[in-house]
Design a protein around this ligand. Structure first.
Ligand SMILES: C[S@@+](CC[C@H](N)C(=O)[O-])C[C@H]1O[C@@H](n2cnc3c(N)ncnc32)[C@H](O)[C@@H]1O
Length: 343
């Protein structure tokens, strides 16, 4: 084994420290304070009422990661990379940092038990999402993290797939409506709605208002296991099917197939696992997602697995459109319309 290889493996083993350094920095609001020009560690510690030496050491760790710059004695400034952790950065990853340092951190701590038993160890399934969305603090972090992660992926989806032909777009399990907001910008003639558990309503309405979409986008509360709203010619499910096992996925996809307007399409925006996994960063992101899903009862899937699952829900997979991210747009139409539409 070369020294380089040993170093690489050591970096993998110890990778967890970065998650917590960033989480703690964000939890304390350090990136925002550094951005506002408060760079002295002692002053910051006094303002935040934390231990001065410990905070200095945390700031040094941020500097070692390139997220802050160590500009002088106990003095720090924010770097351009660190700025993405600020609350008002247009591409902010603040919610992602909070989510990873807490919920995902706990999830990976329980991985061993999930592997030993094959059972999810986090609060999972319908009850898991209901509890999460009912707790305002948890829901705020989770929904923000989803929205932050989804904007970039939705922008890639509209570059790869023509949403301009749809009149009514339903973002199924749409959360705050981040994906919907990007799709409606790409389809200026379309109306839309984010459909999610009722507790998500106030947050989604606020988000859509801030996006300037109150006139074109609504929130609809409900459960996709019971019924999906009718009257939409495009159902988008971003990061939905991967949350669920095959049985639940079939149920919710069947509801979509039933509710879809004639001539409409169901679009899953998901990462499609290759049949053979290679050490590629994009693929690593997919298997990372798969292990997160293992702990809540879902899974990432291959093309063949998506094809089978969709068929079992009365949908035919018509094409998979890759984007310039690891995500693809998986297009499907109800079996009863097969031959009359598609790619
Ligand atoms: C992983 S998040 C994805 C959110 C959004 N689509 C995105 O990618 O940013 C899953 C979403 O499904 C919603 N959800 C879970 N169970 C649901 C149900 N039974 N009916 C409707 N939405 C549900 C959750 O509240 C959450 O917003």
């Amino acid at each position: 084994m070369t020294a380089d290889a040993r170093l690489r493996v050591n970096e993998m083993i110890t990778g967890c420290w970065r998650t917590q350094v960033i989480h703690e920095a964000v939890r304390l609001g350090l990136p925002d304070r550094l951005a506002a020009g408060q760079g002295g560690s002692a002053e910051l510690a006094a303002a935040l009422q934390v231990d001065a030496d410990a905070l200095y050491r945390l700031l040094r760790a941020l500097a070692a990661l390139g997220l802050a710059q160590h500009t002088g004695d106990h003095q720090f400034a924010l770097t351009a990379d660190g700025a993405v952790l600020c609350v008002d950065h247009p591409e902010s990853l603040r919610g992602v940092a909070l989510h990873w340092g807490d919920r995902q951190w706990k999830s990976f701590g329980l991985l061993g038990r999930a592997i030993d038993t094959g059972r999810s160890q986090m609060q999972a399934g319908s009850e898991g999402f209901a509890v999460l969305q009912r707790d305002p603090a948890q829901a705020e972090v989770f929904n923000r993290a989803m929205a932050e992660q989804s904007l970039r992926i939705a922008r890639a989806a509209v570059r790869a797939y023509d949403f301009g032909r749809f009149a009514n777009i339903l973002d199924v399990g749409g959360g705050l409506g981040a994906v919907l907001s990007v799709l409606l910008q790409a389809a200026p003639q379309a109306q839309g709605a984010s459909f999610d558990l009722p507790d998500v309503g106030p947050g989604a309405e606020h988000y859509l208002r801030q996006a300037g979409l109150s006139e074109r986008a609504a929130f609809i509360g409900g459960s996709f296991f019971e019924a999906v709203p009718q009257g939409f010619d495009c159902h988008v499910l971003k990061y939905i099917v991967h949350d669920w096992d095959d049985e639940h996925s079939r149920q919710l996809l069947t509801q979509c197939a039933r509710a879809l307007q004639p001539g409409g399409v169901v679009l899953l925006i998901e990462q499609v696992l290759p049949e053979r996994v290679t050490p590629d960063p994009a693929v690593a992101g997919m298997v990372r997602g798969d292990l997160i899903m293992l702990n809540i009862g879902g899974r990432e899937r291959t093309e063949a697995e998506y094809r089978t699952l969709l068929a079992e829900a009365g949908l035919t997979l018509t094409r998979i459109v890759p984007t310039d991210t690891p995500f693809s747009v998986i297009e499907a139409i109800p079996v009863w319309t097969q031959g009359t539409q598609g790619a």
